[in-house]
Design a protein around this ligand. Structure first.
Ligand code: PRP
Ligand code: URA
Length: 229
């Protein structure tokens, strides 16, 4: 479901054109397992892994394709092949939990990494790692940022800014949960022409952030629950 999304927070209306919220019974089922505070680490991880396939299918829905001649056993037809050079960019650590579906559904995908953590007091993103392929012609690069949580939006905004500065023109963010405050921050940070390059895909737009920057109702700390720390 793609929508022009309006949401009311603190009497402010925000508008985000390219926000896609996935409504799917399997996503709702596995997300409920992940939200349950009594769910064990192994079930938390495996539920995220299953959702990653559905997120991947949605994110790949907007990649560019080209024609390719195919000889079936009976005749020659116009087939299709993916044209974009697709790069997934998980934000370490928690973004790693979303990679499986993306790699399994399209094994040619390039996996890049960015390491960012939120400073616990300021909630500001701190970058500690970045590896990306050296590509001269960036015109057909399609980068999909993976991060289960968009809370203040700081980590994703930092990553999008980084990619835009590199000259990348197709950017999606695949996430599990987001807070209205995070979507609002992304919407306010980028101008109309930048937003043309950006798409956000999520499984839920939750209620709000709490006073310490966690998504409510949320699922707690995604990285800690995934890695058992
Ligand atoms: C979490 C999460 C996001 C970030 C979201 O990472 O995985 O990357 O917080 O918050 P924001 O929208 O306010 O930036 P965290 O800092 O906990 O690091 P981790 O993945 O290493 O646990
Ligand atoms: N990061 C998380 O892991 N969970 C939240 O609720 C917010 C940021």
């Amino acid at each position: 479901m793609r929508m022009n999304f309006f949401y009311n927070i603190n009497f402010k209306i925000f508008f985000m054109k390219n926000l896609k919220i996935i409504k799917h019974p399997l996503v709702a089922h596995y997300l409920s397992i992940m939200r349950d505070k009594n769910t064990k680490q192994v079930d938390f991880k495996s539920s995220l892994d299953k959702i990653s396939y559905i997120l991947a299918a949605e994110a790949y829905a907007s990649v560019a394709t080209e024609n390719k001649t195919v000889n079936t056993p009976f005749k020659k037809i116009n087939g299709t092949k993916i044209k974009d050079k697709i790069v997934i960019l998980p934000i370490l650590r928690a973004g790693l939990g979303l990679t499986n579906g993306f790699v399994e559904l399209y094994p040619e995908v390039i996996t890049s990494h960015i390491g960012i953590y939120r400073d616990e007091e300021s909630l500001k993103p701190v970058k500690y790692y970045f590896r990306f392929p050296k590509v001269k012609d960036k015109s057909d690069l399609n980068v999909i940022i993976l991060d289960p949580m968009i809370a203040t939006g700081g980590s994703v905004i930092f990553t999008i800014e980084y990619l835009l500065n590199m000259g990348i023109k197709k950017i999606s963010v695949a996430s599990l949960l987001c807070a209205p405050e995070g979507i609002n921050a992304i919407n306010n940070r980028f101008n109309r022409s930048e937003k043309k390059f950006i798409e956000i895909i999520t499984c839920s737009l939750d209620e709000k952030l709490n006073e310490i920057g966690y998504i409510v109702p949320g699922l707690g700390d995604a990285g800690d629950r995934m890695f058992g720390t």
